[in-house]
Design a protein around this ligand. Structure first.
Ligand code: SF4
Length: 352
């Protein structure tokens, strides 16, 4: 096994030579660090950077974010996905403002108690902002540790989480937790990549279990495969004298509080004409007069646990939309739709 101090020294040395200059790396401000960590969860750095810059400019302090209108926060978040993160960000900013007088808590346990902040994010904030000795364990860290130390315990098991967490904390340079944590995360993201890492030019090569045993592509191990559910959305894009109807999604489902069009969800993919013959469509349109302007191609949209197949039916209505739309929908001018926070799928449809 690699001696603990030499592991930390090696990755810090690598980090000092190869680190990317990212805007949130030059701050000790816990609010900005939190913002960057929430934005970057499951988002690529290239995509996340523009959102970080937008958010930190629009809401330079936690109090600014707390005071913001929720619809405005969601609109700024649009396109990033995982909208519950934006909602929690806003709620937590309000809690920090009210309960902690706008000051980010310093203790790990107090940070962890905040909504939307898990162990990884709490460790990142505590170490980056306050130099507290808590090791971060994200996907990059799991991968590096599994490979260097040859750990085969599945990373998505509770035993695995315990084991990796204990090792990460054992390895942590307690005098330089911020530097150590950033170094191991960056090393995983940039060098020990999931596929085809450059082991020949790796500073850990001589002590890396996976490289020596030719097990790089086998580690880390995951036990569960995610079940993906198929869903079939038939969106009704109504048109009456330049107005349309949009629907605020309030149910416990994907995209809560975002807007989309009135929707008929079916349990299989309907052909173009099938949807207009279905009982769901007849119930929706009732006796109102309409003509079909167009029926779109099928848009395939992939989320972490769902695969959405969406079709958009553009319908010209003779009667005004109040008579047709469900009570959850509102009527807006078509040209104003860009003022509303919509899921990426709707954004893609509107762009084409
Ligand atoms: S030798 Fe290869 S697998 Fe091992 S840490 Fe380096 S890049 Fe990762």
């Amino acid at each position: 096994m690699c001696p603990m101090n030499s592991f930390s020294e090696t990755i810090i040395d690598w980090f000092n030579q190869h680190k990317r200059d990212l805007p949130w790396r030059n701050t000790k401000n816990p609010y900005l660090i939190w913002l960057s960590e929430i934005i970057l969860q499951q988002t690529r750095v290239e995509q996340g950077t523009s959102y970080y810059l937008k958010f930190s400019k629009t809401y330079p302090t936690v109090k600014h974010l707390a005071k913001a209108d929720n619809e405005e926060v969601m609109k700024l978040w649009q396109g990033l996905g995982y909208y519950s993160r934006a909602r929690n960000l806003h709620i937590t900013a309000q809690v920090i403002t009210q309960l902690h007088k706008g000051k980010f808590p310093v203790k790990y346990a107090d940070i962890l108690a905040l909504k939307g902040i898990g162990e990884y994010t709490a460790a990142a904030i505590a170490s980056f902002a306050f130099d507290k000795p808590h090791a971060v364990v994200d996907g990059n860290v799991f991968r590096v540790l599994a490979r260097v130390y040859g750990i085969e315990t599945p990373i998505d098991s509770s035993q695995g989480k315990k084991e990796f967490n204990a090792l990460a904390n054992q390895l942590l340079d307690k005098k330089n937790p911020a530097l150590h944590n950033q170094a191991i995360m960056e090393f995983g993201a940039m060098h020990c990549k999931p596929v085809s890492p450059n082991c020949n030019l790796c500073p850990l090569n001589s002590i890396c279990f996976a490289s020596q045993k030719e097990l790089v592509s086998e580690l880390p191990v995951k036990s569960k495969t995610i079940k993906v559910r198929n869903r079939y959305f038939n969106y009704i894009v109504l048109n009456h004298k330049g107005t349309t109807a949009i629907n605020k999604r309030t149910a416990k489902d994907i995209w809560t509080n975002l807007y989309d069009f009135p929707l008929i969800e079916t349990n299989k993919e309907f052909r173009e004409e099938e949807i207009l013959l279905s009982k769901e469509w007849k119930k929706f349109i009732g006796r109102n007069k309409y003509s079909v302007k167009s029926i779109s191609k099928v848009y395939k949209h992939i989320l972490s646990h769902q695969r959405i197949y969406a079709r958009f039916l553009e319908i010209d209505c003779i009667t005004s939309l109040e008579k047709i739309i469900p009570s959850s929908a509102i009527i807006i001018k078509q040209k104003d739709i860009h003022q509303y926070a919509v899921p990426r799928l709707i954004e893609i449809y509107l762009e084409t």
